[in-house]
Design a binder for this molecule. Structure first.
Ligand code: 13P
Length: 342
């Protein structure tokens, strides 16, 4: 695929004021989310929930792309329109999760390697046919006393680069997601060190495997103390440390960095993204690719009931709008109290 076309897709995804909705929860993860609101996870409830998100009026002002799961890209809205076509008709680019999950890494207690390379070239061709124009692969790095090992970091980086090269070949912009988990008691300095080692390995492998940096998006964690850490820090320190880490490792040729929310609250995820953009300009766009931080309010409002669809859509629309503002550093907490209207 021509380099320019990939760049064009990547740039459209990180256009000012816009970011990504991650709605690619695997069957196991979406079941966990539905359990929290006491809704049974069936093919139909999953479809109905995704339809609610995708048909939210006006959200395309803030959402440029949506990541789908294999089941979802094959599903249709109630009126028979395939979800990928529905999104395209709103000017939203469909994307697809293509890894098959993190599995225990041999000879490495407590560490994982992400699988899904077998048959990937053929699967990418099919997803392109189904309308996807970008893809996602998530590697997971855990922080503990003795981990991560260099072994774990490098095998995951190698797999990420193999995936990214195949995605570019197939005409899909690879979202490269090395997620350093935010769980644990570690300090922000330890998060910086591990994120730094991880990004170094990832960009080394991407380069060695001839991936064009102009045609990818990076989806990383923010650099922050572990959730169980006793030394929590203010948002501006998280913003400064995250940007400082990326300036060391992420080539300026990469068009955008789209953060995962990783269990931060909705407002934390918005405030911290905003804080980073407020200290710009940066070599790359800094935007969002949030799952939980765009859906938590909506999911709670929905409760699996048709009569709650509108309230749920308002919740999702509001978070999309707040994060849209954060991509340009123009978010202020007062916006949260504005009347929430979709
Ligand atoms: P969260 O924003 O909920 O972390 O999900 C984003 C994602 O796609 C993780 O792979």
């Amino acid at each position: 695929m021509a380099a320019e076309e990939l760049q064009e897709i990547a740039r459209a995804i990180v256009a000012d004021g816009k970011g990504i909705l991650a709605a690619d929860e695997s069957s196991g993860t979406i079941k966990k989310r539905f359990d929290s609101i006491d809704v049974e996870s069936t093919e139909e409830t999953r479809r109905a929930y995704r339809e609610l998100l995708f048909t939210t009026e006006g959200v395309e002002d803030y959402i440029s792309g949506v990541i789908l799961y294999d089941e979802t890209i094959r599903q249709k809205a109630s009126d028979g329109t395939p979800f990928s076509r529905l999104l395209q008709s709103k000017g939203i680019i469909p994307g697809i999760k293509v890894d098959t999950g993190a599995k225990p890494l041999a000879h490495a207690e407590g560490e994982t390697v992400t699988e899904g390379l077998d048959g990937l070239r053929e699967r990418l061709a099919e997803y392109h046919e189904l309308g996807a124009r970008f893809a996602k692969w998530r590697a997971v790095i855990s922080i503990g006393e003795e981990i991560p090992s260099e072994y774990c970091i490098w095998v995951n980086a190698h797999a990420l680069a193999r995936y990214a090269a195949l995605a570019q070949e197939a005409g899909l912009v690879p979202i490269v997601e090395p997620e350093v988990l935010m769980d644990g008691e570690h300090t922000i300095d330890r998060s910086f060190e591990v994120t730094s080692r991880t990004l170094h390995a990832v960009f080394t492998e991407l380069r060695d495997q001839r991936v064009q940096p102009e045609g990818i998006l990076l989806k990383p964690n923010m650099v922050l103390p572990g959730y169980e850490s006793s030394s929590q820090v203010p948002d501006d320190e998280i913003a400064n440390e995250t940007v400082r880490c990326f300036l060391r490792h992420v080539p300026a040729a990469v068009p955008g960095v789209v953060f995962l929310s990783g269990g931060q609250s909705e407002e934390e995820a918005t405030r911290r993204l905003n804080a980073m953009n407020a200290i710009g300009p940066h070599p790359w766009k800094l935007s969002f690719s949030y799952g939980r931080a765009l859906q938590a309010t909506a999911l709670k409002a929905w409760q699996g009931k048709e009569e709650n669809v509108e309230a749920a859509q308002q919740g999702y629309y509001h978070r999309a709008k707040m994060n849209g503002a954060a991509t340009t550093g123009t978010y202020v907490p007062e916006l949260e109290r504005e009347t929430v209207t979709a």
